[in-house]
Write a protein that binds this ligand. Structure first.
Ligand SMILES: Cc1cc2nc3c(=O)[nH]c(=O)nc-3n(C[C@H](O)[C@H](O)[C@H](O)COP(=O)(O)O)c2cc1C
Length: 287
């Protein structure tokens, strides 16, 4: 059904407007936290997205205040964001997890996910660190940034709980790690949710087969170089000005060329590749 020729009408602003006044679909995280009895609990959160992506790695969760997740993470400061692939049977468990007012022990009685200790040293489950979901294709291990929440009136004074989470570790299943490092030829089967509808239903969706389109070649852009350059190594950073010098490299050779520059920087103990570094390198290479 196409709505191309329909007129736009104004939808009234309601609380939880993203689902009560409009359509917003995305995936969700299953957040594990530890309660006061030392029990790991699982809460599904759709309002959960990357927040700071350059230099700092953080995540934002918008929760109703007083959820187990909000209460637990406020006490322990630690949580894990578990991302699972689509599995029709387990979606029903996810839906049940989303019903408010259940104690973690009640949720664990019908839980169909396997909970395991984190493989991260020092993050084995205890009164602070939660277990993680074995079936997850990836897990972000996080710490609540209480200081920055309290410094920021929008986060501090909101009627929702805005959980600013610093990402301590990104864990990928080996298969997905290799896929990513190899350029990403396939994608996890990410489940979708469309949220609560009509007072009686919660909508989910199966993802369609993902496909890749080549990035349009709109000429060499330093932003593209900058993005690629700062993705390659977690110790060496390129400045924008340095990348402006590198726009002439054909796309097919870009990654290789950037890696070789990173190699030289590392040999010299340089962690920021700036304009001067690139100019010096170019001068040496043209000698
Ligand atoms: C798929 C799904 C996504 C949800 N997303 C959110 C959300 O983003 N924010 C929120 O406050 N509640 C959300 N809910 C409802 C919470 O899961 C619900 O408040 C639940 O009680 C949270 O669990 P917890 O108390 O163990 O943290 C969602 C529910 C489902 C099923």
């Amino acid at each position: 059904m196409s709505s191309d020729s329909d007129a736009f009408v104004v939808s009234p602003m309601r609380d939880n407007w993203y689902q009560a006044s409009s359509y917003y679909s995305s995936s969700f995280a299953l957040i594990t936290t530890v309660n006061e009895d030392g029990l790991t609990s699982i809460g599904p959160y759709q309002l959960s997205f990357p927040f700071e992506v350059i230099q700092r790695r953080s995540w934002m969760v918008v929760s109703r205040p007083g959820s187990n997740t909000h209460t637990n993470v406020s006490r322990t400061k630690k949580c894990a964001l578990n991302f699972v692939e689509y599995n029709k049977d387990q979606i029903e468990t996810v839906l049940k997890f989303g019903y408010p007012g259940q104690e973690p022990a009640e949720k664990m009685a019908y839980n169909t996910f396997d909970l395991i200790d984190s493989p991260t040293a020092g993050r084995e489950s205890n009164d602070i660190f939660p277990k993680i979901i074995k079936e997850a294709y990836q897990v972000y291990e996080c710490t609540l940034d209480v200081d920055r929440i309290n410094e920021n009136p929008i986060l501090r004074d909101s009627v929702s709980a805005h959980l600013l989470l610093n990402i301590d570790n990104i864990l990928l299943k080996e298969r997905w790690y290799k896929n990513l490092e190899g350029g990403g030829t396939t994608m996890p089967e990410v489940p979708l949710t469309y949220g609560f509808r009509g007072a009686s239903k919660f909508w989910f969706g199966e993802r369609a087969e993902p496909y890749a389109l080549p990035i349009p070649d709109l000429g060499p852009q330093h932003e593209v170089v900058h993005y690629e350059a700062n993705r390659l190594d977690d110790e060496v950073r390129f400045t924008e000005d340095a990348c402006k010098q590198l726009t002439g490299i054909p796309k097919a050779f870009l990654t290789q060329a950037l890696q070789s520059i990173i190699g030289v920087a590392k040999q010299q103990g340089v962690s920021t590749i700036d304009l001067e570094f690139v100019q010096k390198l170019n001068a040496e290479r043209s000698d």
